[in-house]
Design a protein. Structure first.
Length: 278
């Protein structure tokens, strides 16, 4: 009986045969992985190339609305441009209902401008104000009753700065005697003479009373102011009822303006020496 035990060579051949006939189970069982659809915008933000991104399925593109043609959009824009634009309404301004009360330069009826080029009173305003003051001063005072007896005299003292005027009024022809001189000789300036005559002209006695004055101290302008002050006070002695009118015209007011005294360490009252930093 023959031995059926296989030899080593036969064992090797049998082991190799099943390996060759066995079907490739691993290769057939493997399926390709599904590729997920990626949005192109997301791919660009991530940095992936556009070629690697798989296109979206045709079903999704079909669901989306079709893009509007360029020609139709241009026509719609033209139609929008042809539509009339509503006029823009001006916004309401506060105070529109108020009346304008500004007086322009050419509309001033009085011709009196309170301000000049540099903020001061203009020349026209000065002239009009001065004319109004002169008219008020020149207007005679009514109901003046002064005793003009032969021996009547009225004395008073007037002051201005450092000047002192002792005045005596008596009936006469309107002559002025100041320190033994006439008015024209003692006061050459017409402005000063006009100021001195104002009190008597206001009461209407400029040609019915003589003025005798003794002047002391001060300068020409100060003595003129003191003389007018003295004459006004003498008229008040003659008729106390004249106080209101003389006061309103400013004849009884003592002008207290005077030169300010010099201060220690200064050149004058307020002028300082030049400052030197070094």
């Amino acid at each position: 009986m023959a031995d059926e035990t296989p030899t080593p060579d036969e064992n090797e051949e049998q082991a190799a045969a099943p390996a060759e006939t066995a079907p490739p189970t691993e290769a057939t069982s493997e399926t390709p992985p599904e590729v997920e659809a990626v949005d192109p915008d997301v791919a660009e933000s991530v940095g992936a190339p556009a070629s690697e991104v798989s296109p979206e399925p045709a079903e999704q593109s079909a669901d989306q609305p079709a893009a509007t043609p360029v020609a139709e959009t241009d026509v719609e824009e033209d139609e929008d441009d042809d539509e009339p634009v509503a006029p823009r309404e001006k916004p309401a301004i506060p105070g529109m209902d108020l009346e304008v009360d500004i007086v322009m330069d050419g509309d001033d009826k009085s011709g009196l401008s309170p301000y000049g080029d540099e903020g001061d009173l203009s020349d026209a305003a000065d002239e009009q104000l001065a004319a109004a003051d002169e008219d008020t001063i020149a207007e005679p005072i009514a109901a003046v009753s002064i005793d003009l007896a032969a021996g009547a005299t009225y004395k008073a003292t007037g002051k201005r700065k450092t000047a002192i005027a002792r005045v005596t009024l008596k009936p006469g022809t309107g002559a002025y005697t100041i320190n033994g001189k006439t008015l024209d000789e003692y006061f050459p300036r017409a402005t000063l003479r006009r100021n001195i005559r104002q009190p008597l002209e206001a009461v209407g006695y400029e040609e019915r009373m003589d003025v005798i004055a003794n002047m002391l101290g001060g300068g020409v302008s100060a003595q003129a102011g003191a003389l007018r002050h003295g004459v006004s006070r003498a008229l008040l002695e003659a008729d106390p009822n004249l106080r209101g009118e003389l006061k309103r015209r400013g004849f009884l007011t003592r002008d207290a303006r005077a030169k300010e005294r010099k201060k220690a360490g200064l050149k004058k009252a307020r002028k300082k020496p030049q400052f030197s930093k070094r």
